[in-house]
Ligand binder design. Sequence first.
Ligand code: 5RP
Length: 221
Amino acid sequence: MSKAKQQAARAALNAIRERFHPNEVIGIGTGSTVEFFIDLLAEHKGEFAGGTATSVATALRLKERGIPVFDLNDVAVKVYIDGADESDSQLRLIKGGHGALTLEKINAAAAETFICIVDESKFVDQLGKTPLPVEVIAQSRTHVCRQLEKMGGQPSLEEGFLTDHGNPLLRVSGLDFTDPATLESQINDMAGVVCCGIFAHRPADILYLGHEEGCREITSP
Ligand code: 5RP
């Protein structure tokens, strides 16, 4: 699997490196596929200004490799690179496997182009095979769980984990993903939800689907 992730990471780097500019800040996601990307990106430091980081872990890895980290408030991000837990053919995603979904959603929204890098096991006919991450305010946990249960979901609290923002994370199975954009809005509208891991309103623009021997590029329909 890691070979496939590396293939996707390399394809994304090759796609953007021609356009590197000394003032450019690249949005950087979180996860093992992104870690491969950061390691490849580090070979080109100096050709771009640095990156925004969607998690403490990503900020640390960027700094360790000598890549400056910028606050998203202070820069414009043309390209955002991130992994995903699932993608469908419309490049709608489930994200948040590592609990960094809120900053990932903000970076994806702020970027002109969102490039998603995944191994081929993540490409699905319909979203929803992976439990959906939902970041909540601590005091709203029970209320949000009841609302999700009314929708047919089975939420469970990720024990012993808080997001980088200090919030609990729910993982929800059993939801109906026939209409991912409506589901995303319904969950995000619940009082106490910080963010859910459906990326349907802002899907990826380009998907690099890595496999052992190479990589396939899929662009947004
Ligand atoms: C982090 C994410 C990741 O992109 C997603 O979980 C995939 O991770 P990996 O590249 O390790 O398979 O959304 O919150």
